[in-house]
Design a protein around this ligand. Structure first.
Ligand code: ADP
Ligand code: MG
Length: 252
């Protein structure tokens, strides 16, 4: 369980995450939505200790994230940041193998390599595993970074805008991978996502942030709602039900 209790973070005197409290559902996909600058990325970073909080507590399995041993934390929670513009001369396979560092400290065992292979296959990258990252399209490279996180094999997986750079086909395929991680491996996934319709079709729970606070949260069905979304985005978004999914029609 990840529990966020009254967490705040300020930059230059401005609170960008303001006394946020939240319990993340286990074995489910939670989507953070909200306008640019709402504090979504900062909250994700605070949850994983990538950044330090000014106030409040983040409890992971009951223990404050500040008190975790780094290696144990890296075996428990993984995070993929919003932009990975690394231009390292690394192959896909080498990058994915970094996911095993918390377990192997650089000396990967046969079992570690098995997990690397499995993660590469999970993301459909087997054929390009020996290519260098700088030879890949933005979408392929994004999938390689997600494979690294899958190889890390943590119960909690946080992904900041994992659909960045991806075309529709690969966006759908990533969301299906995340669903499989939940259904087959019991993972708990938290993503930041801009497309409310991807959030609607693939997540179980939605948390809407604005100006550093949670303006609303609830089951996907309840959140994909004209009145709720008006409050989040200051936009009129009619909702249509298509094949049982609630779809926001925001092109009007
Ligand atoms: P979101 O991911 O919802 O777009 P962020 O969490 O990235 O929002 O940012 C929230 C606010 O905090 C923004 O106004 C942003 O400019 C500011 N901010 C984020 N990171 C930093 C930083 N390292 N230094 C100063 N301001 C920051
Ligand atoms: Mg962000």
């Amino acid at each position: 369980m990840i529990e966020v209790k009254g967490v705040s973070k300020a930059y230059g005197g401005k609170k960008v995450v303001d006394a946020v409290s939240l319990k993340i559902k286990e074995g489910a996909i939670t989507s953070f939505i909200g306008p640019n600058g709402a504090g979504k990325s900062t909250l994700l970073s605070l949850m994983s200790r990538l950044q330090t909080k000014d106030a409040g507590q983040v409890l992971i399995q009951g223990k404050d994230v500040a008190d975790w041993n780094s290696t144990e934390l890296a075996k428990t929670i993984s995070i993929l940041k919003q932009s990975n513009h690394l231009t390292l001369r690394l192959t896909v396979r080498e990058l994915v193998s970094f996911g095993r560092f918390p377990y192997s400290q650089g000396k990967l065992t046969k079992q570690d390599w098995q997990q690397v292979d499995e993660a590469i296959a999970y993301l459909g990258l087997t054929e390009m595993q020996d290519k260098f990252l700088d030879q890949l399209s933005g979408g392929q490279s994004q999938r390689a970074f997600i494979a690294m996180v899958v190889a890390q094999n943590t119960p909690y997986i946080l992904l900041d805008e994992p659909l960045n750079n991806l075309d529709m086909k690969h966006s759908v395929s990533i969301m299906k991978v995340l669903r499989r991680l939940v259904e087959e491996k019991g993972k708990t996934v938290v993503i930041v996502i801009h497309d409310i319709n991807f959030a609607s079709c693939y997540s179980d729970y939605i948390v809407a942030l604005k100006d550093g606070t949670i303006v609303n949260e609830g089951s996907t069905d309840r959140m994909i709602d004209t009145e709720v979304l008006e409050n989040v985005y200051d936009m009129d978004i009619p909702i249509e039900t298509i094949n049982g999914n609630r779809i926001g029609v925001y092109f009007t």
